[in-house]
Design a protein around this ligand. Sequence first.
Ligand SMILES: Cc1cc2nc3c(=O)[nH]c(=O)nc-3n(C[C@H](O)[C@H](O)[C@H](O)COP(=O)(O)O)c2cc1C
Length: 137
Amino acid sequence: MNASVVYYTKSGNTKKIADAIGVEVGTQAGTIDNALTQPVDLLFLGASVYKFGIDKAVLTFIDTLTPAMVGKVAIFSTSAMSDSGYPILCKALAAKGIPVVDQHFYCKGKFAFANKNRPNEEDVQNAKTFAKSAMMA
Ligand SMILES: Cc1cc2nc3c(=O)[nH]c(=O)nc-3n(C[C@H](O)[C@H](O)[C@H](O)COP(=O)(O)O)c2cc1C
């Protein structure tokens, strides 16, 4: 199974998790600006919550995906206080006919004075465990 890791970040929290997942699955994580150039069995997609939603750039990226290019997606997300972006991302991927693995990764991300040092080392280790498990799903 081959895997890619792509993410969108405004302040680096999602990148930190993406890089850890990349290390775990043996690939370099890249931003959503790097379009997929070849089919991938498992795409790790990282997107966090802004203004109670997902940035439009991520939804535009999902719109470029096809079932021929992406076997399934594993989602990871961070936020300061509200829930993960998982439900919104699932809905967008379902509309494209792309399956999403049941498990997803979520942790708090620092924002202003909240969640200092998050994602922390424990979050990074949990993200790696998630990645390993998604690769076996
Ligand atoms: C413009 C902006 C809007 C945000 N809106 C929310 C929000 O509605 N709910 C929430 O829980 N966190 C919100 N956050 C906090 C981010 O979800 C959190 O800091 C996240 O870890 C950012 O990930 P990133 O560093 O990869 O961009 C917001 C952050 C920014 C910069």
